[in-house]
Design a protein around this ligand. Sequence first.
Ligand code: SF4
Length: 512
Amino acid sequence: ESVHVTGKPIVMQEPVFKIREIFYKAGVHKSEDYKDLDDHIAVELEFVQYLLDKGETDAAQEFINTHLINWIPEFHATLYFAATTDFYKGLSLLTQSFLFRDLYPDNEQYKNEIAKLSSVVEGLNLAGDYVTIAKGSREPEPEKTIPTHCYICGALCGQKATVRDGILIKTSGLKGDPKGGGAICPKGAALRAQIYSAYRIKEPLIKENGRFRKATWEEALDLVADKLKAADPSTVLYFRGNDWNNWYHEALFDHYGAHKVTHRPMCDNANRMANEHNLNDKRPWLNTAESDYMIFFGQNPLSTSYGRRQVTMIKNALKRGAKMVVFDPRKSETAAAATEWIPLKPGTDGSVAMAMCYVIVKNELYNKEFVENWTYGFEDFKKRLLGEEDGIPRTPEWAEKISGVPAETIERIAKEFAAAKAKGVGSWAGVSQVPNGYEGTMAVQALNGLLGTCDAPGGPSLPFKRKLKSAWGEGQTKPPKNAPPKLDKVKMWAGAIPAMFPKNVAEGKIKV
Ligand code: SF4
């Protein structure tokens, strides 16, 4: 009922609370053994049957008028026209006829359908105990708030879950939490819609003859296990996302001997690896809380913050008068809120960053003390910038030809950034999802290195690395790995790095 009455594809909405209230007064509750929803059509119809069995005709009619009538006509019209078998068409006609015969006693169609199908229904021998409802009132649980955290992205922002009678009704920020800072992003706030999505798949589905059918977990797991046993493990590719049970399904496939790919190639792998190799932290947060000048390359933290506190920090910094420059081909949410949005051609971020480094080094604007004590490779990098290595100075004019960003803009931003007191520059998947993502990110991070922003107010915060405790419990042994023979990397990764695909095809590494 929730879905059809509200028009939103979300179950467990207000009608469920109303149904529970009516059931409570009637001295019944939804049976624990019946796993579907309280406002499922089967439950509502069986409740009508229960009332009729007790001789409470008025109460049954009242329930039909206040609940079933609100959604059954539309639902059954949809079912009737979508049904591809006579069984469902008949079921639709019979239910409507049963519900409306009292409202429209002269309607011949309803009378005929009941007469036609009643013998079929009798043949089904449906008499017996109630299936969906059980006797006895169940006290509703009082509303409570549970401190927890959001699972939608890896930031794991702290979250308050408000639960009424076992149903999640709201999620909000958890005060004092370091990742969310007391707030959550729109995705975290919409968690309820995800959990109670009417489209959520809660049982295994097996495809047969082009259609899916429901299956038990036993059947589905046996099917997959049989297929895996029959396959040569070195021909199997295991792909995992960023869920919180990686440790055991990854161990399973490592032991089985499959090749594996993680979510990273689709995300920010190049960015992450370059950050890790250059800063020893894969995804440093800019300390925007103290920033006077922030630059983002291919990063949209106001929309995909990976920790909602970042949004608050950036917004507060902007209110304080900090400058935010966003290099992005697309006018993202962050670009729209920026002091200056500078569009550039996709995949050319590295050239702009290199030209900014050129301006900073050429004009001796870099932090000499930091460069001398906390970086390595400066002399080689300088040669590269000035073109002493390959005859190509990485000037703003050079970068303009590649990126489309005017040379004077690059020069101006580089000088402004170098002169700002608290500053930092960051990048993310926008720089990463191109063939030169690793190099582009290194060029961006070179700006932080040259200006000594690392761990300084406004710059990237570089936390100490902590080794996480093993997920395996005491006495549990991780199964040994059976690594498969190495695959041709190009073939293995091509599908996962779309940006590399045309190049690999052009070089004949992949045949299409
Ligand atoms: S950033 Fe949003 S989606 Fe990610 S954990 Fe925080 S609230 Fe959830």
